[in-house]
Design a protein. Structure first.
Length: 359
């Protein structure tokens, strides 16, 4: 058994050890800080660049542990928000900040890691249950989506609601967000978080809970399953494509094959690839696509669930060049497709010989 602070002993069981690393720590010491900002905002610290500009950062403070205050922010708050500013006291001689030095501090980088740990009596390999990570195939810029992990192994305290971490990285900008997923209820083993995005080009601030995205970006979510069914620690990843709404001016209509026999039964597959205004392929379904033909007969349009829609064109019995047009969500698709209905090969049994004049 291992001895830990407060004279508690760890019995043989599974535990979750939380480790946190913070780099670039900067402290700002203020005297008589109850006058800083009055009762509205208060003291905060921004990250300064060499050119004199400032950017948002997360501010931490603790006046409760040693100073008999009431505020503690172990996870930090953004300096630009009211929660990221603080004032101590109320301008009276007996307030906590009166003629006292208050320490407010920031971290350049912060990361936490939770390790699943087991205390056992032998060297038998410990195995778990494979965790699953779920994110939507696609999301639009500026919207939020749900990230879900099903992980029974992380349900260590059956009477408590627990948490785990997922990291999301924007493959275009390299911005990353470490998110805390909360168990949906006591003893469910299902952990979720709503992840917000902002429709802005370029990388935002890492680990501020909101990611800058543009159409065409790919967001990769990673969850570390620390004990899978083989006893190994593996990374589970999923991708979410950032796409806008379907745009008729960018979407494409195609046919395959482009030439079929005009026999009343030959077919060609008509496919619509929906794209957003930037030309990025949509990768999920749900839009309304309607197709029309100038000859022959089109079947029902099928939503393939991946941003494409298809229908079957059956030929008529007369040769023709058929034009296929379409709409998406009521708006015209500017692209068209064509299929040629052509005569088939000569058949001896049905071919005829005629003469004119006959005498």
């Amino acid at each position: 058994m291992a001895l830990i602070p407060m004279a508690l002993f760890l019995v043989m069981d599974k535990y979750r050890a939380n480790l946190q690393a913070r780099l670039g720590e900067y402290h700002f010491i203020a005297n008589d800080a109850e006058t800083s900002g009055g009762t509205a905002d208060g003291l905060t610290v921004f990250l300064a660049n060499s050119d004199g500009s400032v950017v948002d950062t997360r501010v931490y403070w603790d006046d409760a542990t040693y100073l008999s205050g009431s505020s503690i922010l172990p996870d930090g708050e953004l300096a630009s928000t009211s929660a990221g500013k603080h004032t101590w006291g109320n301008f009276t001689s007996d307030s906590i900040g009166n003629n006292a030095y208050i320490d407010t501090y920031v971290y350049g980088l912060a990361s936490s890691y939770t390790a699943l740990t087991a205390i056992v009596s032998d060297d038998v390999l410990q195995t778990g249950i494979d965790g699953t990570l779920s994110t939507p195939q696609s999301s639009s810029p500026g919207s939020s989506f749900t990230i879900s992990v099903t992980e029974p192994d992380n349900n260590i305290l059956p009477a408590s609601i627990e948490t785990l971490s997922v990291v999301v990285v924007n493959g275009t900008t390299a911005e990353q967000e470490q998110l805390t997923l909360t168990e949906t209820g006591v003893n469910t083993g299902i952990f979720e978080v709503s992840f917000a995005t902002t429709d802005i080009a370029g990388a935002g601030t890492n680990n501020d809970g909101d990611m800058n995205v543009q159409s065409g970006d790919t967001l990769t979510s990673t969850y570390q399953d620390q004990l899978d069914s083989t006893g190994a620690s593996v990374d589970v990843t999923t991708d979410t494509e950032i796409v806008g709404v379907a745009a008729g001016g960018s979407s494409l209509i195609s046919s395959s094959p482009t030439s079929i026999v005009a026999d009343g039964s030959s077919t060609s597959t008509i496919t619509v690839q929906l794209k957003d205004v930037s030309g990025t392929n949509l990768v999920s379904g749900g839009d309304t696509v309607v197709l029309s033909e100038s000859a022959g007969s089109l079947g029902i349009v099928t939503d393939n669930g991946n941003g494409t829609y298809s229908a079957t064109l059956t030929s008529g019995t007369s040769t023709a060049t058929v034009t296929i047009t379409g709409t998406v969500n009521g708006g015209a698709i500017t692209d068209t497709a064509s299929v040629d209905f052509v005569a088939g090969a000569a058949v001896v049994g049905t071919s005829q010989i005629t003469a004119s004049p006959t005498s």
